[in-house]
Design a protein around this ligand. Sequence first.
Ligand SMILES: *Cc1c(COP(=O)(O)O)cnc(C)c1O
Length: 548
Amino acid sequence: MADKKEQHSGKDLVADWERLAKVFIRPEDDASRATLIKYMERILFGLHDFLKTHVGITEAKSLRELSESYMRTDINEDPEKKLANVITCLINETAPHAVNVASPYFVGHMTSAIPFFMVHLKTIVSALNQNPVKLETSKVVSIIEKQVLAKIHRMVYGLDEDFYLKHVQNTETTLGVFTEGGTTANLTALWMARNAKFAPKNGFRGIEHEGVPAAYRAHGVNRCVILASRLVHYSLRKAAGILGIGNDNVIPVDIDDACKMKMDAFEQTIEKIRSQSPGTCILAAVGIAGATETGTVDPLGEMADICFRHGIHFHVDAAWGGPTLLSKKYKHLLAGIEKSDSVTIDGHKQFYMPMSCGMVYFRNPYIMDVVAYHANYVNRRGSVDLGIKSLSGSRETNSLILDSALKIMGSNGYALLIDHGIETAHAFAEEIRRRPDFELVTAPLLNILTYRYCPEKTREDLAGAGREKRCRINSDLNKINRDLQRTQREAGNSFVSRTTLQSAPGCPESTVVLRAVIMNPMTDMKILREILDEQQSIAERLLSTGAD
Ligand SMILES: *Cc1c(COP(=O)(O)O)cnc(C)c1O
């Protein structure tokens, strides 16, 4: 093999101008052209074949063992490997120890298989290497970005044609921005809410310029809070930390049995703050559309109405659930989202884009004026330069990937994926209910559910037990589910994640649950039954050997 030979004849691997030129300039003859095409083929098919045949999640090599092979920290002065060699190593040596998130047996996380064409689109983005931070490095790509942002804005807010004609290419307004992911999208939304709340007044030039202490003084505020259910993603807490609000000031509001925020508790919390702490400013409330742990959706319409009445910025975290709006059958599950002030959606989740792509959308196209930045050498007021009003500076042009994907799939194509996920999750829940050894803990609303190993007999014991005994049984169950999940993960045939659901008030124990996220279109009931069978036999084995 050529690769082997290259490894041995390390002599020709030197860094010099002749070789450098070859790296930058297109291949000068047909032979090198053919070589480059061959590499691309290897990436496309070598990797894809690997992902298809390698059904297991990952190879059984421990993290300890792996890290021992990655201890060198010096940078080689001369090149170590040729491109062909590097690609072969990545495919043959690295990929098998990465996680095969494309496997239909990988149903534990929000990262999954992506359509084949995404690799092509990502390659084009790299090849063009545009930078939408400013027009001079992106030109039409910035215009396409505005268009695709308007398309998704329309999916969320559904405003009229005139509105979109006015704003789609308007250089003064912003319907949304691309971010690195949901975390920075949520941060951007709260940044807008904060700056809008602490706007300039009476000689105060705004919080963005003068900082938090001056802003609080100017507005007569001594504390800001953000209200959200306790299922809120921890990125909102990070955002509160970064924005100077303090993550202790993300106040949890109670949820009901269906994991949705309780509206009476929400109103009471607002009223209590308003009446008892006049110096406290409620900066925003966050509704979740697809909670990371349970996939549940808060009552968005009601939350929006309450926020509107109280003049509170209403943000919806639809990082996960957003694309559900493309499904005619299930978009009603997100009803009320159109009344929000801002919405987070992740492209790398249910738009099935490669890592990483987040987005945030605003109902008010002028809201981003509260952060407009103008660096003289980069961009001018009223320009299309998208960097003026975004947290990111330079970034990749994810808009080209999303726009192309929407064209390739159509909303109906995406709807097929969404419907499959939701319907398979519901069928999976039925299967869990049918099995005497498992208990469904949170039923799916979208395509996420949680359950645990809990034999019928144990459930009867739990029902009849007093508080102390219940705690003991529950803690045994937590242990067995924890061990079960770990054992299954380490065996490497399939993967379901694990999380701990906080107990409801008055119930002493938190509950360790198994969490399934159904987004891979190749995941079907046959696979899910196999996963349950495996879990059942692991649990039985653990119980019979580990009788401590
Ligand atoms: C995934 C997720 C996030 C965080 O998004 P990243 O892209 O991982 O930064 C935030 N909120 C919800 C509801 C999510 O599911």
